[in-house]
Design a protein around this ligand. Structure first.
Ligand SMILES: Nc1ncnc2c1ncn2[C@@H]1O[C@H](COP(=O)(O)OP(=O)(O)O)[C@@H](O)[C@H]1O
Ligand SMILES: [Mg+2]
Length: 248
């Protein structure tokens, strides 16, 4: 598969902290990549660099071969690199469907004319389809506050999908979800990813989740990628295992 995302020598320091050091990776189209490593290893910074929220001191970021280094986050999002928990947030008092319609409106910008009846019914149709693919149909007309934690995570991801991602970035998509529900969230997400071919990078602390859902793992330590490979091989490696011990 073609390389969709590439970083070359990405480096970023905050004062004395080296949050990213010479990070060079190539992500191929459709890959599901787990980002792991201890707290403060630079996983979130890596996502922030890719989405344009943090600028690198050195290095380049290429998206489908195009240099996107230094572009504003909203431009990068519009190109197809979307992060969940980004925009828009979930409004608890609005219904799940209304939340989705707001996400679609955000995507369309000024072109979104909700008072045009045809446009409105198309938007509702698209919103309902998105909710259905994430198993949220039964919650469509209920306030988002009534969603169980797993459902809330799925809505977060579904809202990101409203922005039509080519690359989806997630920072701990299952945090705060019970072990049982984690697998429901991930199974649902994986089915959508499989169907749409969206490339995914996700930060995850639960190694069971990583082992089961990542086809490739990047291990971060002190701002560097210290290991890169499939989870079976990586977790069999003594050095990696040693690094794994002590992870929260
Ligand atoms: N905006 C920032 N200002 C100052 N220090 C930061 C900032 N973002 C990250 N850091 C520091 O960079 C290091 C890597 O952080 P982070 O990328 O959040 O790690 P992780 O997500 O792996 O836990 C940490 O030492 C963190 O304190
Ligand atoms: Mg983090």
């Amino acid at each position: 598969m073609a390389v969709v995302l590439e970083t070359r020598g990405l480096t970023r320091t905050f004062g004395r902290v080296v949050a990213a050091e010479d990070v060079s990776v190539q992500i191929r189209s459709g890959e599901r990549v787990g980002l792991v490593g201890p707290n403060g290893a630079g996983k979130t910074t890596f996502l922030n660099l890719i989405t344009g929220y943090v600028r690198p001191d050195h290095g380049r970021i290429l998206f489908s071969g195009k240099d996107i280094t230094g572009l504003p986050p909203r431009v990068i999002t519009r190109m197809g690199i979307v992060r969940s928990f980004q925009i828009p947030q979930i409004y608890s008092t609005l219904s799940v469907l209304e939340n989705m319609l707001l996400a679609l409106a955000a995507r369309e910008g000024r072109g979104f004319d909700f008072w045009n009846p045809l446009r409105r019914s198309r938007a509702i149709e698209e919103a309902m389809e998105l909710l259905a693919s994430f198993g949220l149909t039964e919650y469509a007309y209920r306030p988002a506050a009534e969603l169980p934690e797993g459902g809330r995570k799925l809505l977060d991801i579904a809202l990101a999908f409203a922005l039509r991602p080519i690359v989806l970035l997630m920072d701990e998509p299952t945090s705060g979800v019970s072990t049982k529900d984690k697998f429901v969230v991930m199974d649902t997400l994986m089915e959508v990813l499989q169907r749409t071919g969206v490339t995914t990078l996700f930060v995850e602390h639960d190694m069971d989740v990583v082992y089961r859902y990542a086809e490739r793992v990047l291990v971060f330590q002190n701002g560097r990628v210290v290991a890169d490979g499939d989870p079976q091989t990586l977790f069999a490696d003594v050095t990696v295992r040693r690094a794994v011990i002590g992870w929260e």
